[in-house]
Design a protein around this ligand. Structure first.
Ligand SMILES: Cc1ncc(C[n+]2csc(CCO)c2C)c(N)n1
Length: 225
């Protein structure tokens, strides 16, 4: 039998993974029909989300025993601060929303739920628990960009207002970050006993479901904010 690896985590929550990575939000983003208000809500919440995820990578750095693990955490932190947040600030500036205003955005409950789940899982568990809680995000967005590009209904270029978002997650930098995260998790899963696999599969599933809520909230803003 093959040794356990990242694919096993996805297979154990196949339906949840599909619900997350092929969500209605993404279909509409891909063909450009997503209402602007839904995207704006998403991006503003994601700004708050990324600040907490940067803290989670800092926690991963703190929990690292080796220089290699420290560098892995550093890469995640850098990608958020130097790349990802820049897109959010730029989109929002285009809509007349300043960074100061972004910081004042009230946090929606799905944002609180997901970010604090990852931070709590990381504090309670070890470095593998933390990376598995982060995996749906890092690896999921890279797979989502590939999925979007493979769909016949996808519209790219100036005709799609969300083209820059797709462009960021299909980029070599993000695809490489996702691959490095897959490799890191694969190496640590190789000799894990079944009960430990079951534990991390549960974490992966929970984080995946919280990602789905993060898409869904943008269509039902009044229920959350
Ligand atoms: C809700 C939500 N989930 C995932 C990402 C994507 N993402 C967050 S941190 C990170 C790795 C380092 O940049 C990636 C790819 C997001 N932006 N928002």
């Amino acid at each position: 039998m093959d040794s356990p690896n990242f694919c096993l985590l996805k297979n154990r929550c196949h339906d949840d993974w599909q619900a997350y990575t092929q969500h209605r939000f993404l279909r509409e983003l891909a063909d450009g029909s997503l209402p602007k208000a839904a995207f704006q809500h998403y991006l503003q919440q994601d700004y708050l989300f990324l600040i907490h995820f940067a803290r989670a990578y800092a926690l991963a750095a703190y929990k690292s025993r080796t220089l290699a693990d420290l560098r892995q955490a550093h890469e995640g932190l850098k990608a958020i601060l130097d790349l990802e947040l820049g897109l959010h600030v730029e989109y929002c500036a285009g809509w007349g929303i300043s960074e100061a205003a972004l910081e004042q955005t009230p946090e929606a409950r799905p944002t609180t739920a997901y970010t604090r789940y990852v931070l709590d899982t990381g504090q309670r568990g070890d470095l593998l628990d933390l990376h598995v809680a982060l995996a749906p995000c890092v690896i999921g967005y890279a797979e989502i960009a590939d999925w979007i590009n493979a769909q016949s209904f996808t519209v790219r270029g100036a005709a799609n207002p969300y083209d820059a978002w797709i462009g960021m997650y299909e980029s070599d930098e993000f695809q490489a970050a996702a691959q490095s995260e897959r490799d890191w998790i694969n190496a640590r899963m190789e000799r894990l006993p079944a009960p430990r696999i079951a534990q991390i599969a549960q974490i992966f599933r929970e984080a995946t479901r919280l990602e789905t809520d993060f898409w869904a909230m943008n269509f039902e803003e009044s229920a959350y904010s």
